[in-house]
Design a protein around this ligand. Structure first.
Ligand SMILES: Nc1ncnc2c1ncn2[C@@H]1O[C@H](COP(=O)(O)OP(=O)(O)OP(=O)(O)O)[C@@H](O)[C@H]1O
Ligand SMILES: [Mg+2]
Length: 458
């Protein structure tokens, strides 16, 4: 009987001691393990070999774990990436999950937790690669079904999206930050006849004018210094599909003129080229700004505005559709639970849901989503109630912060005790969970926590 080859894992950590302990433990469990001391070294290895899973530290010199995560995901979207973060760095853990990390593990590491997660990630990966249905689910998630909204205002948006999806007219999608503009753009694409074609999005704020131009329209090799290879541009990439110009209000005026030409004639010219080519692209534009006002201020071309604004979809801010909040919370809670299966939170108290529904949410749906995720990630008991809200609010009071910047040296015992007290408060007073996260015994917490000011209340 021949056994299957052992799965190859990649560990990335700039602390060699840490990496070695971890590697030994995983080799003992029958894995083949490579260790990279930096993100750069990891990427080099990744280009040479097939890895079934990557385990990376987040904070490293030069290229950090986030960059590594992004690049690994771009090279192989299926490979699970586990990130290791310092305790208390929940926000970076959430960011990593959003970037596609499979899960995060807080340091100090518990080896049994690591091996359990590795086993689970590999199992899921095997299941997924077997299931053809996965592709279909991914598409459906981008369609209207991904959007929650029962209020009449949102029902009207959905009706409109459904009808617009059938046409090829440009659509201007506006709304405050985090209201779901990108989601609407995707729904317009995936509900319509172009859904098998590409959906390409670009944020017009992110790039300086010259780069944005070549990004959109492409350039020839040698068209400008640094153009060492020709690039076809996003309009060509989106041929047969949809191009979303996000934050269109930030597009520089000269480019607006070029965009107008493409929209009117469906023709474009790459930077440095005389040749004109035709493309079949549906253009969607999104903005959180008042474009009409920008037109009055002459910061946006009037002709382009009318061209883009043939049809408009306006997303109401969340505070004007509080009726949708409970359903959104339910959706985000289920998703956060999926992403953090080890969280003890299994239920949200009705009072908490009401408190969420009563807030104003200046960051709209995205802020609500992040808050629910924080409740799940930081929650200490099975039922999260209103008191978890303050700690979870993105911009709200965060509770005591731990800092090691001090004018004078203090005894290590005292520092330790303060750190423990801080950890307990971060866990909403739950000492058992704090002990678990710190990787020590509850009895140790009781003993050592007393050396400091103690009063953690709970
Ligand atoms: N109606 C909705 N149902 C479910 N999720 C939603 C809904 N609206 C927004 N979201 C979620 O909220 C987050 C923000 O949505 P999206 O990125 O589409 O907003 P946006 O308007 O483009 O934000 P920004 O102005 O910051 O670019 C996303 O994670 C999205 O999935
Ligand atoms: Mg957006």
């Amino acid at each position: 009987m021949s056994s299957p080859p052992s799965p190859r894992l990649l560990i990335v950590d700039d602390e060699p001691e840490m990496a070695r302990v971890l590697a030994d433990a995983l080799v003992d469990r029958g894995f083949s393990v490579d260790v990279a001391p930096s993100a750069r070294a990891a990427l080099e290895l990744f280009g040479k070999r097939v890895f079934e899973l990557v385990l990376t530290d987040l904070r490293m010199e030069h290229l950090d774990g986030f960059d590594l995560l992004k690049q690994v995901k771009a090279l192989d979207p299926d490979v699970p990436v586990l990130v290791m973060t310092a305790f208390g760095a929940i926000d970076s853990a959430i960011t990593a999950m959003k970037l596609g990390a499979y899960h995060y593990i807080t340091k100090p590491l518990r080896l049994d937790e690591v091996t359990t997660l590795v086993d689970r990630a590999l199992d899921e990966r095997r299941l997924r690669s077997r299931s053809r249905a996965f592709q279909r689910i991914a598409t459906e998630r981008s369609a209207l079904g991904a959007m929650v909204g029962r209020t009449p205002a949102m029902q009207r948006v959905f009706d409109r999206v459904e009808r617009l999806a059938q046409s090829t007219a440009p659509v201007l999608i506006s709304g405050e930050t985090g209201t779901g503009k990108e989601l609407v753009a995707r729904a317009i694409h995936f509900e319509g006849p172009r859904k098998a074609g590409p959906f390409v999005a670009i944020n017009c704020t992110a790039l300086p004018e010259s780069l944005l131009e070549s990004e959109l329209f492409g350039h020839l090799k040698g068209a400008f210094t640094g153009a060492t290879a020709a690039r076809q541009g996003l309009f060509v990439e989106a041929d047969g599909g949809t191009l979303l110009l996000d934050e269109i209000g930030d597009m520089p005026l000269p480019l607006q003129a070029k965009l107008l030409r493409v929209l009117e004639q469906r023709e474009l010219r790459a930077v440095g080229s005389d040749e004109v080519r035709t493309v079949d692209v549906r253009v969607l534009a999104a903005t959180h700004k008042d474009l009409g006002r920008l037109v009055q201020e002459r910061a946006f071309r009037e002709d382009l505005f009318y061209r883009l604004n043939v049809v408009a979809v306006t997303l109401p801010p969340l505070r004007e559709r509080a009726g949708d909040i409970p359903a959104l919370v339910e959706r985000f809670f289920a998703r956060a639970r999926e992403r953090s299966p080890s969280s003890p939170v299994t239920e949200l108290a009705p009072a908490l849901v009401s408190a969420l529904a009563a807030r104003d949410w200046p960051g709209n749906v995205r802020e609500l989503e992040n808050t629910v995720e924080r409740i799940v990630v930081t929650g200490a008991g099975p039922r999260a109630d209103v008191e978890t809200l303050d700690a979870a609010l993105a911009d709200g009071p965060r509770g005591p912060q731990f800092s090691v910047e001090r004018p004078l040296l203090v005894p290590l015992r005292q520092l330790e005790a303060e750190y423990i007290a801080w950890a307990i408060s971060r866990c909403g007073g739950n000492k058992t969970r704090a002990a678990e996260l710190l990787g020590i015994d509850v009895s140790t917490i009781h003993r050592r926590g007393k050396a400091g000011q103690g009063g953690e209340g709970g």
